[in-house]
Design a protein around this ligand. Sequence first.
Ligand SMILES: NC(=O)c1ccc[n+]([C@@H]2O[C@H](COP(=O)([O-])OP(=O)(O)OC[C@H]3O[C@@H](n4cnc5c(N)ncnc54)[C@H](O)[C@@H]3O)[C@@H](O)[C@H]2O)c1
Ligand SMILES: O=C(O)C(=O)C[C@@H](O)[C@H](O)[C@H](O)COP(=O)(O)O
Ligand SMILES: [Zn+2]
Length: 373
Amino acid sequence: MSDVRRVTVTGERPYDVVIGRNLLAELPATLGEAVRRVLVVHPAALATTADVIIEDLRAHGYETFGAEVPDAEESKTAQVAAFLWGVLGQADFTRSDAIVAVGGGATTDLGGFVAATWLRGIRVVQVPTTVLAMVDAAVGGKTGINTAEGKNLVGAFHPPAAVLCDLAALESMQPFDFVAGLAEIVKAGFIADPRILELVEGNVDLLKDPVAAARSEVLLELVERAVVVKARVVGEDLKEAGLREILNYGHTFGHAVEHVERYQWRHGAAVSVGMVYVAELARLAGRLSDDVVARHRAVLTSLGLPTTYRGDRWERLLTAMRRDKKTRGDLLRFVVLEDIGKPVRLEGPDPTLLAAAYAEIAEGAVTSSAVSL
Ligand SMILES: NC(=O)c1ccc[n+]([C@@H]2O[C@H](COP(=O)([O-])OP(=O)(O)OC[C@H]3O[C@@H](n4cnc5c(N)ncnc54)[C@H](O)[C@@H]3O)[C@@H](O)[C@H]2O)c1
Ligand SMILES: O=C(O)C(=O)C[C@@H](O)[C@H](O)[C@H](O)COP(=O)(O)O
Ligand SMILES: [Zn+2]
């Protein structure tokens, strides 16, 4: 497979998401000639890739620095951001210098956030190495870190200069991490592109094998389609004034699960349960058919993703959901579907409905005050 696909994200400074294999040679061109210094941010798992990038950039005349950050959500903290600000300061990074973030969505969120905040904004090129980061996290300019109170509570909108999605990188992924990322592709299918759902449903065995999937035309098409969905939305509404909220489908409950589980669940797994929760909520509110709810469970289960959650966490989940960025004052707001490809908002649903939807996805009986809310 030598196909390369390019999706342009429009906006004040348009940029390309390049999807293919062995794309690292494209990196110098994305940095541009004005850049002199480059900080390559990566977790330990991507150290070898980062070394290759650093060597290549040096060969192209850039002054290059590497910074290893903790793995996964451990890196999305104010302490790690401050560590990177220190590295940039010590190396005298100016507004014409750049960050390259190499890793999964946690690393691209962190690298993007540090780029957004250093000198109030320097260039960032995203090199996502998980399927989730390729189709979602690295695209669209939402950057951020977590606080003790919740997920992504501090951040900035800071679009990248380019995104390089090298599918060859996916071959080293752990199967469950790979599959977790597919949840965001399924999300794009439910909110905007039903062909995505058909492609996933027709290729489940292939998609559960990271090496076979990474080499397949099917994954290339799925990544391209999901990026197209995201690009269309963020091109129209970068700062989430309205339309962009649809990309948050399944995230109100999903982020709450991640927080309650102290980030020991993968984001994609939490979003998987979150989509079933919100599908049930929409069904109970009389908005969505039984069939579409059943399709959520069927496609996610077939991939090995979770669709249920423990039944004794309702109060904590509700507290976390109140901190969702779509909340306005005391009003909880959800993105729900009226049908596949028809996302709408459900504002301030009755607490009994929220609890009833929880009961639909709870493992065993709900053991909290949920039933009496
Ligand atoms: N900014 C956005 O728009 C946006 C969108 C979706 C998700 N996110 C964020 O993205 C994060 C989740 O991203 P993720 O699922 O990529 O998780 P992650 O970044 O935590 O990576 C998952 C694991 O895969 C490892 N890994 C990464 N690339 C690898 C490779 N090529 N081979 C082997 N291992 C590899 C990582 O080291 C980590 O252990 C969450 O923090 C979520 O909030 C942000
Ligand atoms: O890009 C967006 O907008 C999204 O909502 C995409 C989500 O998949 C992503 O997880 C995002 O980080 C969630 O944002 P948040 O604003 O709810 O923290
Ligand atoms: Zn997400």
